[in-house]
Design a binder for this molecule. Structure first.
Ligand SMILES: Cc1ncc(COP(=O)(O)O)c(C=O)c1O
Ligand SMILES: N[C@@H](CCOP(=O)(O)O)C(=O)O
Length: 466
């Protein structure tokens, strides 16, 4: 499998290269040069398959020659062996039509672990036997940071610099990052910044030749293709359990950077019968406006009780626009450069029509989010986190035929967001025993102004050069 950049002007790479590269050198994002396709029989053969078996089957076409089948299986077995549930991503039924797909049974209690546990092992595998030392730079609104740090802490050949917006992640999320004291982990709290500012700084580091030529930069955000590839798996795993390939299934996805729901789009392109992908946003609703009105214009980020979705520039939307716009790198590059200059763009008719065939969207406000948490607790006995609640609220409001199962992606454990959960439901979720002492652990992080100069100077002082 070969990978091409959305902006059409970067080298074509194989899977190993694309995993280590992260962002494309032309500022674009990599994606496969064509979508692998599964027949109905191949999907039916996944019935009863374990999570690891499903993962191997779904990811094999993407890894190409970079890993043998045995290697891929061994890495998946190791990555998913750390999950606290035997099904890895279990389904829980809420009522006759609605299910939760619990993606938070990994080490750091959010869906990010599904991909990042594997990505950490892929980095190790691809770096082993070489002298290379990679510098991972990442941005987090709370969950990617802890999952990436857990996956990379103490690994040889890697340093990780993780930027989070100071005061805009939950206390549990912050401590899950800042209490990891391994020498290769560097947490940076950006003062007066949003996640979007942090993400823009990360992209600027890749795009700045004088900085990026000094270090072997790599990415753990969903700009890295390998992240999305691993997330495609649970769409297959869930849909097959609910009747695919004979019965189409809809998914409601709490959305911010558009990575998780883009993985659903990839699953559909591969032949999985997906009835609808419901993109659920909080009041930071750039994606809802883009999908419902064609208006992709950046608003001011409003802090909410679902901080991981407080995002107004959704990196992976570029991948969708590229694919829907006929994969014209030059045209997409022009569209994205226009957005970068004016912070606004209109979707083309082809992009809008293409998106509306599969996607629908909704914007969920604070009251609707709390009501969904209360409904899940009172009617199904499930305590859910604010992000999941946004997905569930949109799922319950979507108009879908009654015979289509609707799966809401449960993206985080409620204990990561104890205050809003307790306010809505009266239940204060407890931290799982393995991190029960989180609030007794020592924290370490640097507070920096959110400027390119301050952050790159800090990294350059500590990072191993090429
Ligand atoms: C708990 C949680 N839910 C939903 C999202 C949104 O996912 P995505 O950014 O892939 O759209 C995030 C952050 O990515 C998250 O951490
Ligand atoms: N919600 C994320 C934001 C970054 O998203 P990513 O999927 O691109 O890594 C977070 O929790 O950090």
């Amino acid at each position: 499998m070969k990978y091409v950049s959305t902006r059409g002007n970067a080298p074509v790479l194989d899977f190993e290269q694309v995993t280590l590269a992260g962002l494309a050198s032309d500022g674009g994002l990599y994606l496969p040069e064509s979508w692998p396709s599964f027949t109905t029989e191949q999907i039916a053969a996944l019935k009863g398959a374990s999570y690891v078996d499903t993962a191997v089957a779904v990811m094999t076409p993407f890894v190409g020659d970079s890993l043998t089948a045995e290697d891929l299986r061994a890495l998946c077995t190791q990555a998913y062996g750390r999950f606290a549930h035997g099904a890895v991503t279990p389904l829980v039924q809420l009522d006759h039509q609605h299910w939760l797909l619990e993606l938070f049974h990994g080490p750091t209690l959010a869906f990010k672990d599904v991909a990042l546990q594997l990505l950490g092992l892929l980095f190790e595998r691809f770096l082993s036997g070489s002298e290379r030392h990679i510098i991972v730079v990442g941005a987090t609104s709370g969950d990617t940071g802890s999952a990436a740090i857990d996956a990379l802490a103490g690994r040889a050949g890697v340093d990780i610099f993780m930027l989070h917006p100071k005061g805009r992640v939950s206390d549990v999320q912050r401590r899950q990052m800042t209490t990891v004291l391994a020498p290769n982990v560097h947490n940076i709290a950006l003062e007066d910044a949003s996640f979007d500012d942090a993400q823009a700084l990360v992209k600027a580091m890749f795009n700045d030749p004088s900085f990026s030529s000094r270090f072997a930069l790599s990415a753990v955000n969903s700009i890295n293709w390998a992240r999305l590839m691993a997330q495609v798996v649970y769409y297959f795993y869930a849909a097959v359990r609910l009747g695919a390939p004979e019965r189409p299934v809809a998914f409601a996805v709490p959305t911010g950077n558009f990575g998780d729901v883009f993985a659903g789009y990839v699953a559909a392109k591969m032949g999985l019968p997906v009835a609808k992908l419901i993109v659920a946003t909080n009041v930071n609703d750039i994606l809802h406006r883009a999908l419902s009105e064609g208006d992709y214009s950046q608003g001011v980020v409003v802090p909410t009780p679902s901080p991981s979705m407080d995002i107004q520039v959704s990196s992976n939307f570029e991948r969708l626009l590229f694919d829907l716009g006929g994969r014209d790198g030059a045209a997409l590059s022009g569209q994205m450069l226009g957005f970068e200059a004016t912070r606004a763009m209109r979707l083309t008719n082809a992009q809008r029509d293409g998106a509306s065939a599969l996607f629908t969207s909704d914007r969920i406000d604070l009251d609707e989010m709390s009501l969904a948490m209360r409904w899940a607790c009172e009617h199904a006995g499930e305590v859910i986190d604010p992000h999941t609640a946004i997905g569930l609220a949109a799922a319950r409001r979507a108009s879908l035929p009654a015979d289509v199962p609707v799966v809401t992606l449960a993206t985080a454990h409620p204990a990561k967001f104890r205050e809003p959960v307790e306010r809505a439901t009266g239940v204060r979720p407890t931290l799982p025993a393995r991190i029960g002492d989180l609030f007794d652990r020592e924290e370490r992080y640097a507070s920096l102004p959110g400027t390119f100069e301050a952050v790159t100077a800090y990294i350059a002082e500590r990072a191993v050069a090429k």
